[in-house]
Design a protein around this ligand. Sequence first.
Ligand SMILES: *Cc1c(COP(=O)(O)O)cnc(C)c1O
Length: 395
Amino acid sequence: MNNTEIIHSIPVDPLTGSISVPIYQTSTFVQDAPGVHKGFDYARSNNPTRQVLENLAAKLENGHAGFAFASGLAAIDAVLKLLKSGDEIIAVDDIYGGAFRLFTHVYQKFGIDVTYVDSTNPENIAKNITAKTKLIWIESPTNPTLKISDIQSIASIAKSCGAWLCVDNTFATPVAQKPINLGADIVVHSATKYLGGHSDLISGLVITTNEILSEKIKFIQNASGGILAPFDSFLVIRGIETLGLRFQKHSENAQKIAEYLQTKTEVDHVYYPGLADHANHNVAKKQMKYFGGVISFDFKINDENVASEFIKNLRFFKLAESLGGVKSLCCLPSQMTHKSIPEATRIASGVSNSLIRLSVGLEEAEDLIHDLENAFLQLEFHNNQDKNPNRATIN
Ligand SMILES: *Cc1c(COP(=O)(O)O)cnc(C)c1O
């Protein structure tokens, strides 16, 4: 889908000609006779503003139907409700922390078991399939080390064992990657990130590929009720209007910054799928049009204090969780998003103590690089001061 198609998939209001999608701020709809109405009866079940977003989401991901939820986690929760006690899930090992919490601390007690594997090698999924495997869950790229899994290979494994493949496409967006075209059965999004794109809402989407799955998710959405409100639906639609432009610029900026970070002697490793030396760069190139706006890197002096000091010296990268907005953000996963994970497990998955995650925004790349350069210079200054026996005399 190119920008023209995205922009013109958002319909003009058929009732008034309004070029912007109206916000139908209502709870109910007046009926002509009992059960006779214009397709809307109660706003949990359906709302015209939400419906525009849901149709748009389905088109963007080339799916059969889309469903909008109050958060990314509510969307993930709806997919999990497809399962029943005794079913098993195989999931990517460095899964989004909130999804891990939901799988492990909510659904495991209902008898749904999860096996976590390194899905960058699809063999690890094939090896762990059992007769009970019902759902395979991957993210690509993952957070925060940007691991890439081969969606097409994993989809064929899922097909051969009759399990659903669900791809969390939050980091790639449908502009860069279309999991359904690669064989996925379900796609989820935290629309809080790139789709909304302005750090001003929380929202989630589920996109399904066939009528049976669509009916099931529609039923769950209405039965459990975690729907997206009309105003937030409007904001996500408005965000999607510029998604193509934004994601291209996020990706261009990130590529420049990743290449710049690779030149810094203080830096140990730069994680970005657009770099030729990324472990799965070839798979990324095959399945992604752009590589996105998230970069992680760590320091040779692998100490969270070095990373904290660095972050303190940044001006344009604001210290905050989340990603995908117009303003650049940075975070220290070991102390923030990944603090609850046991240290050994965290480090084994590549999230070292000094790892910084950047969400590269839409500022000018040169300004962002200048900001980073300045933080490196200040680090050096401090390091030299520490080593200087005459430090006390330096003013
Ligand atoms: C943020 C995020 C989620 C959760 O979405 P919320 O909108 O915060 O509920 C799920 N998956 C990924 C990859 C995310 O980055």
